[in-house]
Design a protein around this ligand. Structure first.
Ligand SMILES: [Zn+2]
Length: 126
């Protein structure tokens, strides 16, 4: 994969992505210096599709990579925890899913499992 990241095609795609999205999508504070494949290439993610790319700072990229290596789902800092009403901030959390995707019970189950392992879901007293 080293060849891919030094190829002219990737260098151009990377520069375009950083120009389009100069601020880290993870923390929304730091300047992005790295382009991340949202779904890793090793898991079948599209290598050159802009919709599978996001700009990240080094810290967020490293954190995401470390979490994914352990088989977990990365949740950006800004999406951790819950709001004043106890609802999860993570837009990918099943509680925030549209009714259409809630009908896909299989996906919801998998999302809950993944989110729980990432430490974003806490037991509810309700
Ligand atoms: Zn960041």
């Amino acid at each position: 994969m080293a060849g891919f990241y030094t190829s002219n095609g990737w260098v151009t795609i990377r520069a375009r992505q950083l120009a389009r999205e100069p601020i880290c999508r993870g923390c929304e504070r730091k300047r992005a210096r790295e382009v991340d494949h949202i779904k890793p290439i090793s898991e079948g993610g599209a290598a050159r599709d802009p919709s599978n790319l996001q700009s990240l700072c080094r810290g967020c990229h490293r954190a995401k990579t470390n979490v994914q290596r352990r088989g977990l789902v990365w949740v950006a800092d800004k999406h951790r925890g819950c709001d004043a009403n106890g609802y999860p901030l993570d837009p990918a959390h099943p509680w925030n899913a549209s009714s259409a995707s809630l009908n896909a019970a299989d996906d919801v189950g998998r999302s809950i499992t993944s989110a729980s392992r990432a430490g974003t879901v806490r037991p509810s007293n309700r």
